[in-house]
Design a protein around this ligand. Sequence first.
Ligand SMILES: CC(C)[C@H](C(=O)O)[C@@H](O)C(=O)O
Ligand code: SF4
Length: 459
Amino acid sequence: MAQTMYDKIWNKHVISGKAGEPQLIYVDLHLVHEVTSPQAFEGLRENNRKVRRPDRTFATMDHNVPTEDIFNVKDVISRKQMDTLRKNCTDFGVRLAAIGEEQQGIIHAIGPQLGLTQPGEVIVCGDSHTSTHGAFGSIAFGIGTSEVEHVFATQTIWQAKPKTMGIHVHGDFQKGVYAKDLVMALIAQNGVDFGTGYAIEFYGNTIENMSMDERMTLCNMVIEGGAKSGIIRPDQTTFDYVTGREYAPKDMAAAKAYWQQFYTDDESAFDDRMDFDVSSLAPYVSWGTNPGMAVPIDQPFPEPKDINDQKAYDYEGLKPAQKPEEIDIGFVFIGSCTNGRLSDLKIAANILKGRHINPKITALVVPASRAIREEAERRGYDKIFKDAGCEWREPGCSACLGMNPDQVPAGVHCASTSNRNFVGRQGVGSMTHLASPAMVATAAIYGHFVDIRKQTVTA
Ligand SMILES: CC(C)[C@H](C(=O)O)[C@@H](O)C(=O)O
Ligand code: SF4
């Protein structure tokens, strides 16, 4: 019987349990951050247990980092969470990239950057956007705090294997259209629960032509469409990305030979299938309070189809039939595990070079990791952003969610490269409009979204 890549990786990791029921699977990489780990470590302590594989566990600080003045953690809860992580990692022998350190950053940027994230692995983290790592051809999914404790203690997890959906993506993007627009369109067109119960494999020429950064953006956001994981077949782009990184395999030839066995035999192996042609795809902008409430830049907002839509309009102070251009943007956030990587900053810097943001706008540019920040500075992007009137910050989750001082004020519309636009996500009363880095950088200049396909200055 034809097998999917997900099946093949899964089967290599099953320890016990019958097919069709939850099975105990081995975890290759456990990523940890300060928010979802404290009780899990405490559980180990209470039961006098150890972290079974500290060498397969890596922690960093991201959600609570104050990106303006990183060592000055004023918020009491934030400071406690970070101090607790530091103590826990020392006590249990777990590697930690703390604030200010070379390897620190958003956990989903750190795994790939250090070469910890590799094809064929099972990767977990107490964070929903763990799906990001599936871009490397691994089974990657978010887990809850009690599961974090289980993985700490046993390096295994009980899981029911999700169904698989194959999405064949073909065609070339128009200039100014990106992986972010593709994933936003998939969610807007199919609903925030279209992926529920599924791992989604993306394939086709559009995917083959994508950089690893773009593949990560795509897999990062599948969770917003309800899916458990995203996954993409590892290819030369993947191998080249992993090669030479700190924790990459020393024998790359052997690793590559192993990784190359992970592919889906044929489309009949998928439980479900979908096709998506990107050639006429327009940039997307979200208008409401979940990522599915989004429209192409050249389309009006829809009539409300239910009470949730109406509530979203009321919260946002927007009306059906208005156009994305009409949203009065007061804040801009370029960053997050969705779009805070070097290529995202490059796109934004190319747009902002020699220009100035609209004076009514506060704009934060927040690299996903210190390594990205340093490389961006070597390339002079920091100067471009600062000259344009943006704030250039230290790495962390920042304004993606209101767990640190980077908050969007109440009543202000924020053009954001992040992945969630829930009520109050970026601060109490804040209103988030998700879009690609190119769309957000351009909105910073105009004070509202514009169709970047019609712009002369694009990335
Ligand atoms: C705080 C954390 C548990 C949460 C998640 O799981 O995704 C956060 O990263 C988010 O993006 O909302
Ligand atoms: S950047 Fe945002 S989405 Fe990503 S892990 Fe941090 S809070 Fe979650």
